[in-house]
Design a protein around this ligand. Structure first.
Ligand SMILES: NC(=O)c1ccc[n+]([C@@H]2O[C@H](COP(=O)([O-])OP(=O)(O)OC[C@H]3O[C@@H](n4cnc5c(N)ncnc54)[C@H](O)[C@@H]3O)[C@@H](O)[C@H]2O)c1
Length: 367
């Protein structure tokens, strides 16, 4: 998880939600969809996934303002079977398309046990973990995948070919929080490079390379080179074969196939800001065995991992989803930290759109 900018101001999550809903509504997004857009961004903020929260609102605002996306998202069914569907997102807001696709997946999984939904013609859906969480709420296992604009190079290559193609897998457990693995298939993703830049920190070695395979460390230069296509993010495992870079490369390619091949959509260099594909899987646990048994075995796995031998100097072993759960509890109490830069951006947005500025007053109300 990324360190919080020490100059951040803590804002009540409900104030942030109200502001983002207002922004979406002002841009013509219907009430319910505005609520979805704001909720996905806020949930990222609450969970400490600062690269995918309100700091990114401007991307959606710019697209809606420029008419690059319709404000009304229309999701249509291209083809459907009891356990599968191919949906068309009509180039609408990715968050809205993904929530609607996941709702279809949940409905179908209740009927058939397992459902797989392919989505075409969508756009950036934010943090992938939001969608498995919808399945967990209903005692099911959920998975979400999406392709994205090319930025990862293949092993032995230096050209950005694959998106940061995240994998999100969530399962209910009997511990306080669900298991939720949710990460890019690159070592670092674009949003995190932006955070390094905002914090004025150099990137560690071995995350991003230039066309000659040399490591790059200046985040501002990396962001510029990424736009030009001359810098590439390394897949999980890093450069070459020695540390298993081909495994991250393989996972990123797997996500590309899930996201593009099931819907005959753009892939690799063809993927741009809109028109991307997603894939969702939902498994109804109760078709296999009673949910409490699944939750108890999953919980035992997490407890065993947490309780296993630690390396010197480390006092705690985490499992996926744990840090985000802790952060969510803390931020519901204390508020969401927003950097000065993000606050200035949101104020400028409010002025431009004629909406009330973000309310910075008071303490969190919810606990
Ligand atoms: N929509 C898109 O196109 C897109 C593309 C890439 C990434 N993303 C999103 O960006 C977000 C951040 O991705 P990232 O790759 O920077 O994530 P990350 O590197 O922060 O890894 C996050 C995952 O690792 C787990 N984790 C962290 N520390 C751990 C520890 N010590 N022990 C066990 N588990 C630990 C977390 O619980 C979480 O599941 C994700 O939510 C992802 O969905 C979206």
């Amino acid at each position: 998880m990324f360190p919080v900018d020490p100059n951040s101001l803590y804002v009540r999550s409900e104030a942030l939600r109200a502001f983002m809903e207002d922004v979406f509504r002002t841009l013509g997004v219907p009430e319910g969809d505005a609520r979805i857009g704001a909720d996905v961004l806020l949930e990222a903020d609450l969970r400490g996934i600062d690269s995918h929260g309100s700091g990114r609102l401007w991307i959606y605002v710019d697209r809606l303002k420029a008419g690059k996306q319709p404000s009304i998202t229309t999701v249509t069914t291209v083809t459907e079977d009891p356990g599968t569907a191919l949906l068309d997102g009509g180039s609408g807001l990715g968050h809205v398309v993904a929530v609607k696709a996941m709702e279809v997946a949940l409905r179908k999984a209740k009927e058939t046990g397992i459902a797989g939904i392919a989505v075409r013609n969508s756009s950036h859906f934010g943090f992938a973990g939001y969608y498995p969480l919808m399945a967990i709420e209903q005692g099911m296992v959920g998975m979400a995948f999406t392709n994205a604009r090319p930025s990862i190079c293949p092993t032995f290559g230096s050209e950005p070919m694959l998106g940061t193609n995240p994998i999100a897998f969530g399962a209910p457990t009997d511990v306080e929080f669900p298991f939720l693995f949710d990460a890019a298939t690159s070592i670092i993703q674009r949003g995190a490079v932006e955070l390094y830049d905002r914090l004025g920190m150099d990137l560690p070695e071995g995350l991003v390379i230039d066309p000659e395979g040399k490591s790059l460390s200046d985040p501002a230069a990396v962001l510029k080179s990424m736009v030009e296509g001359s810098a590439a993010l390394l897949p999980l495992g890093g450069l070459g074969e020695a540390t298993g870079g081909y495994k991250g490369y393989g996972l990123a390619a797997m996500v590309e196939i899930l996201s593009a091949a099931f819907q005959n959509g753009p892939y690799l260099r063809q993927v741009t800001g809109v028109g991307m594909g997603h894939f969702f899987i939902v498994i109804d646990v109760s078709r296999f065995l009673p949910l409490p048994i699944f939750k108890s075995v999953a919980g035992n796995i997490l407890r065993d991992l947490q309780g296993s031998r630690k390396i010197p100097g480390e006092s705690r072993i985490y499992v996926a989803g744990e840090k985000e759960y802790d952060t969510r509890k803390e931020r519901l109490e204390r508020g969401v930290p927003l950097s000065r830069e993000t606050l200035m951006q949101l104020d400028a947005m409010a002025e431009d759109l004629g909406v009330s500025p973000l309310d910075r007053s008071g303490k969190e109300r919810r606990s």
